[in-house]
Design a protein around this ligand. Structure first.
Ligand SMILES: Cc1cc2nc3c(=O)[nH]c(=O)nc-3n(C[C@H](O)[C@H](O)[C@H](O)COP(=O)(O)O)c2cc1C
Length: 182
């Protein structure tokens, strides 16, 4: 599996750092940490596309920033998932792959509901990302979210890591999707 990791301040990370430990420990995982590779946002598009071609299972690992991914990850989407390669005529490079967003959110689980602080369920906020993935012919795996990062405890992080370990096995063992029209 390929891990695309994007955290703008990895040294200050508590949660994503631990989630990364779980994912990177999977046998054969390839890790690309975008803020280390491209601190000036000058993405090597060819290298990123080649990495994507090597794997069927792709993980995006980021904190939630404004109900989406951090800016370098969004820039990666804009630069790498291009017409004629990821979508449109001849753009079938990603078809049949599965993509999973593993994330950490400051907001508590209870705050992500219609009457809560964030006004919607988490899955409703991420519809544009889900559709981006589907538009490129990939399967969108239900996101993993470690909620409540601001007030979290070491025990809660450990629990999230245990859950992620289990969920990751299901993700890795899932068969490739069929009926792949975006
Ligand atoms: C620019 C920015 C935007 C953020 N937007 C959100 C958000 O939309 N929803 C949310 O729940 N948390 C939001 N947060 C909180 C982060 O998700 C939280 O700090 C992060 O998950 C903590 O993980 P870490 O310990 O790995 O840094 C935001 C944080 C920053 C810095």
């Amino acid at each position: 599996m390929l891990i695309i990791h994007a955290h703008p301040r990895p040294s200050q990370s508590r949660v994503v750092k631990q989630l990364l430990g779980v994912l990177a420990a999977q046998p054969g995982a390839e890790l690309r940490s975008l803020y280390e590779l491209y601190p000036d946002f000058d993405i090597d598009v060819e290298a990123e596309q080649q990495a994507l071609l090597r794997w069927q299972k792709i993980i995006w690992l980021t904190p939630v920033h404004w109900y989406s991914v951090p800016s370098l990850m969004k820039h990666w989407i804009d630069q790498v998932l291009v017409l004629g390669w990821a979508y449109g005529q001849g753009g079938d490079a990603l078809r049949g792959k599965t993509c999973w967003w593993v994330s950490s959110a400051g907001g508590a689980h209870e705050a992500y509901r219609p009457q809560g602080l964030h006004g919607r369920h988490f899955a409703d906020h991420v519809a544009p990302l889900a559709q981006t993935v589907r538009f490129c012919g990939m399967q969108w795996w239900p996101p993993f979210v470690a909620h409540g990062a601001h007030a979290t405890t070491d025990a809660a992080i450990a629990q999230a890591c245990a859950q992620l370990r289990t969920d990751c096995q299901a993700f890795l063992q899932a068969p490739a999707p069929h009926g792949d029209a975006p």
